[in-house]
Design a protein around this ligand. Structure first.
Ligand code: ACO
Length: 319
């Protein structure tokens, strides 16, 4: 049975970090950040917020929109790479908050592409008839992994969570997912695991990123990916109502939209006020456009994301 999106939700921290505030901390400017990325501000998790609190808030919204109770869930998958613990998983912590039923819960780690990977896993379970109602969350606090003096990463990342409840439906829903990885690029973008950090010099204990190289590969792979996704269904770009891209950089988004000949009016962006929220970025954008009425039932959506690994993926959805 196809996996249908029954409900969506998202959570953004209240605390706001503007470009003007960053100008006070590092050698950068509002103009540079906006011109190179499209980001004006980002939300930063406060001391009482983390992937669990944000993920639970997004999940409750998604369950409410789906008219389901947490007790109806059969599986929870959380896309994240910034949990407080190596284990237990964020998913297990969220499961404990939502339900007393011992349903399976696990994390998927594919950095900024994590939500698409998690969605794909959930879709396989539903198609196979193993589970009926699956909660998929993307949640990250990558602002905590950016060195306070590193203008390269600091300007890009914000925190947040997004959630989708998938349910076994009759028709439509997720038409296909397309996943790729290229581990040979591992050293261009990453965060060393917390347990290893104590043994490393300070400079190596934070997120490392070769932005220009990441940018080039992201643009190339995402352009190939959207064409691959359409070709799998013999569709032309005109069939797409909405592109819901990973929110990393406006120039990457624009390049992907151009490949599809899609006007920016049909591209959902939250980047200017969220920054890059990693695994949360696609479900935050998706929920935003569903809640404000832009995305309507029956429309065709193309979701895509690219991130550390490198890992990248897409989902074609009949909403
Ligand atoms: N503020 C001001 N100046 C800066 C900053 C900053 N924050 N960062 C770099 N600069 C300077 C550089 O030092 C360089 O100066 P120079 O010309 O005197 O040497 C100049 O700006 C240009 O630097 P580039 O790195 O070439 O700038 P670029 O146009 O590539 O933009 C950016 C940098 C925004 C990081 C871009 O490469 C990018 O977005 N890459 C993708 C990275 C990314 O998205 N990572 C997230 C995870 S992966 C993903 O989600 C897709």
């Amino acid at each position: 049975m196809p996996s249908v999106i029954a409900g969506t939700g998202h959570y953004l921290p209240v605390q706001c970090l503007t470009n003007a505030m960053l100008e006070q901390r590092v050698d950068t400017s509002h103009e540079w950040i906006v011109e190179r990325t499209g980001i004006h501000e980002r939300r930063i998790a406060g001391p009482t917020e983390n992937n669990v609190t944000m993920g639970v808030a997004a999940a409750r919204q998604a369950l409410q929109a789906a008219l389901l109770d947490a007790a109806d869930l059969d599986l929870i998958i959380v896309a994240t790479t910034s949990g407080d613990y190596a284990f237990p998983s964020v998913a297990c912590e969220i499961q404990a908050q939502l339900t007393s039923r011992p349903i399976p819960a696990f994390d998927v780690g594919a950095a900024c592409a994590g939500f698409i990977f998690a969605l794909s896993v959930a879709d396989q379970y539903i198609r196979a008839g193993t589970y009926r109602n699956v909660l998929v969350i993307g949640s990250d606090v990558l602002s905590r992994f950016c060195h306070p003096d590193d203008r390269n990463t600091l300007v890009l990342f914000g925190d947040g969570a997004g959630a989708v409840v998938l349910t076994a439906g009759e028709q439509g829903g997720i038409l296909s997912t397309h996943l790729h990885s290229a581990g040979e690029f591992a050293q261009l973008l990453g965060v060393k695991h917390a347990a290893r950090q104590a043994a490393e010099p300070l400079a190596e204990a934070w997120m490392f990123m070769q932005g220009r190289e990441v940018f080039k590969v992201a643009v190339t792979k995402l352009s190939e990916l959207v064409i691959e996704t359409l070709a799998a269904h013999q569709l032309t770009p005109a069939a797409i109502d909405w592109l819901v891209p990973h929110q990393a950089n406006m120039r990457i988004i624009t390049a992907t939209a151009k490949k599809l000949d899609l006007p920016l009016a049909q591209v959902v962006t939250t980047l200017s006020y969220t920054g890059n929220t990693s695994a949360a970025s696609v479900p935050i954008a998706l929920d935003t456009a569903i809640r404000d009425g832009r995305i309507q039932r029956g429309q065709k959506l193309l979701l895509e994301a690219f991130g550390g690994g490198f890992a990248w993926g897409s989902a074609l959805i009949d909403y």
